[in-house]
Design a protein around this ligand. Structure first.
Ligand code: ADP
Ligand code: ADP
Length: 223
């Protein structure tokens, strides 16, 4: 499904952010990505849809290395959800935000509508189509941001710190949502209680290298 092979990345200023990361995620697998600030979590996630290109090593989606030729398909297959929903929501209404991806894939209007309805259903936001994201709570905007990638029917989701800033009720709702989604996912987080509840497997990143990759229960028992 998704494979990173000996991935290295150095920012233009010389900061070495990833130093030999290899991992594989199979269909439907839910994986937490944890580690201290600056460990390289965001840098890793940005490689999964080709926003960053590796200095050396490879990123393969469905056994295909990311290239200029397949970048559009890769972006449809890997749904990237940023930490701040305001980086993802820029339309006047919820409908337009969730329809944006499928419209740009050139789908028919009826098909687009169907996808928007399904995506909003999945995140529990049906009925919000004409609402303005701008006027909604953070928890609601995060759900709509997830819907904007679900409408592209991705096979894998990459989420950066999804529970950050949520109140306990919105956080509980997010945990249930992540549980209910069938896609494979890799989710960076500092929320170890969410890890225990949602993710059977955890990868710990430290200084650009994998320090642990295994059952979350093993990691949590040692903590
Ligand atoms: P995390 O998401 O785990 O906090 P990041 O991937 O954001 O880690 O950062 C990894 C390392 O790369 C850190 O040392 C960080 O300061 C550095 N870094 C991140 N973005 C940039 C950038 N745009 N330019 C230079 N260095 C960066
Ligand atoms: P996170 O820990 O959630 O990944 P950060 O606070 O590390 O977020 O980074 C926020 C933004 O600043 C990111 O876009 C990242 O690329 C950028 N950034 C982080 N460290 C550096 C750095 N040393 N030089 C330039 N940009 C950086």
């Amino acid at each position: 499904m998704l494979e990173l092979v000996d991935l290295h990345y150095t920012y233009p200023d010389g900061t070495s952010a990833l130093r030999g990361v290899s991992l594989r995620i199979d269909a439907g697998e839910k994986v937490a990505l944890v580690g201290p600030n600056g460990a390289g979590k965001s840098t890793l996630l940005l490689h999964l849809n080709g926003v960053l290109r590796p200095r050396s090593g490879a990123v393969q989606i469905a056994a295909q290395p990311i290239s200029d030729a397949n970048i559009r398909q890769v972006r449809a297959q890997v749904g990237m959800v940023f930490q701040d929903p305001d980086d993802q929501l820029f339309s006047p209404t919820v409908f337009e935000d969730v329809a944006f991806g499928p419209l740009h894939m050139g789908l028919e209007e009826a098909d687009v509508r169907g996808r928007v309805t399904l995506a909003l259903d999945q995140v529990g936001m049906r009925g919000f189509e004409t609402r303005m994201p701008h006027h909604m709570s953070l928890g609601q905007r995060k759900r709509v941001a997830i819907a904007t990638v679900l409408s592209m029917t991705p096979s894998i989701l990459a989420l950066d710190e999804p529970s950050a800033g949520l109140d306990p009720r919105a956080r509980r709702g997010l945990i249930e949502l992540l549980h209910s989604l069938p896609q494979a996912m890799i989710v960076s987080t500092h929320d170890m209680r969410m890890v225990a509840e949602v993710f059977p497997r955890t990868i710990v990143l430290e200084q650009g290298q994998i320090a642990f990759d295994g059952p979350s229960a093993t990691l949590l028992a040692d903590a």
